[in-house]
Design a protein around this ligand. Structure first.
Ligand code: SF4
Length: 334
């Protein structure tokens, strides 16, 4: 498999808003192939077309690094009544009566100009994508998700269209240069293999009341996310069992990472709507990772921009100056 990623990053953002035709937008949904997904008749409750699902150990790694604000859960609508659990008026896909979910990376709005576009646009973009270079900030770090490293090989192995081909079809150019996939490709984690490793089952469905509705509405709070991250961190591969010790640890880590946002917010909501302005000096004084403040700042700028789109290198101010890992640029890789 060989791909040409320079100037693309189509698999790291939701570029449907760039399509003129609503039909094209609809067919562009659910582009990453996942164990529970739209192709299986289980549409997700959220609207992320390129959700990056993390393994339990990756979730623990992000929690350990104080980067819980980068993470969010994904639930699905049940395919039929028999497999669903009713929560907040939604029939949520479940295994053995336990609602199941993924944990993946959030996509705040960022000004990006992919596919050789001259003008940037605000697009939901992976928290770790550098808008200036369209490169991944964690590509060479231990935090780099397995799923990103394996994309688009998993789609090719499953004979599903890749993001590279969708970008080629919509904007031209050559992205997927060579489509052969290693026979020993692993990490697909489909079906029962995924349980406890990538697909997490919540042992107390009643704890998800309110969370399911806020997932569908895109208004999850810090405590909502902490509940899901804690269950993911507490899960055990191949089983429905969860560890109380890891649940408490995960919840504490997730709440700690967002503690300042919660203290500043009168109703405990996350600041993802931009109501809270984290400044760099105060972030540093609080020892907070750059991730949470940068997400808040992107939302704040998007709202304040009133339709205007800044140059992508405003990310130097929003992300780099807060301590985000720098990306090398494409010249450095040639
Ligand atoms: S972690 Fe990196 S490669 Fe994966 S979606 Fe985010 S920016 Fe893209």
């Amino acid at each position: 498999m060989e791909v040409h990623c320079e100037g693309c990053a189509g698999c790291c953002m939701d570029w449907r808003p760039l399509l003129d035709d609503a039909d094209d937008e609809e067919t562009a949904r659910g582009r990453r192939r996942t164990p529970f997904d739209e192709g299986d008749g289980r549409p997700p409750l959220d609207d992320d077309a390129n959700f990056v699902a993390l393994t339990r150990d990756e979730v623990r790694g992000f929690l350990e690094a104080g980067m819980a604000p980068a993470l969010t859960p994904r639930f699905w609508r049940a395919r039929d009544e028999g497999e669903g659990v009713e929560i907040d008026g939604h029939s949520v896909a479940a295994v053995a009566g336990r609602p199941v979910f993924f944990v993946g990376l959030r996509k705040p709005p960022k000004p990006v100009a992919p596919f050789d576009r001259e003008e940037p646009a605000w697009l939901p973009t992976c928290v770790f994508l550098d808008p200036t270079t369209l490169q991944c900030r964690i590509h060479d770090s231990e935090r780099f998700p397995d799923e990103c490293g394996a994309y688009p090989a998993h789609n090719l192995a499953l004979e599903q269209e890749t993001e590279c081909e969708r970008v080629e079809a919509a904007f031209g150019g050559e992205r997927l240069l060579e489509a052969a996939v290693d026979e020993d490709l692993d990490g697909l984690l489909l079906g029962s293999q995924a349980l406890g490793t990538k697909l997490f089952a919540h042992p107390r469905p009643e704890a998800l009341e309110g969370i399911v509705e806020r997932t569908a509405a895109g208004t999850l709070t810090v405590t909502d996310r902490a509940e899901c991250l804690a269950v993911a961190a507490a899960s055990s591969p191949g089983t429905l069992a969860t560890s109380d010790y890891h649940y408490e640890w995960g919840r504490e880590r997730a709440l700690e990472a967002a503690a300042d946002a919660r203290r500043d917010s009168s109703d405990g909501r996350d600041a993802s709507d931009g109501r809270i302005d984290g400044t760099r000096d105060s972030d540093r004084e609080r020892g907070e990772s750059w991730v949470g403040p940068a997400i808040r700042e992107w939302h704040r700028r998007r709202t304040a921009a009133n339709g205007a789109v800044p140059a992508p290198d405003v990310a130097i101010d929003v992300e780099d100056d807060r301590g985000a890992l720098e990306t090398p640029g494409w010249d450095a890789l040639e």
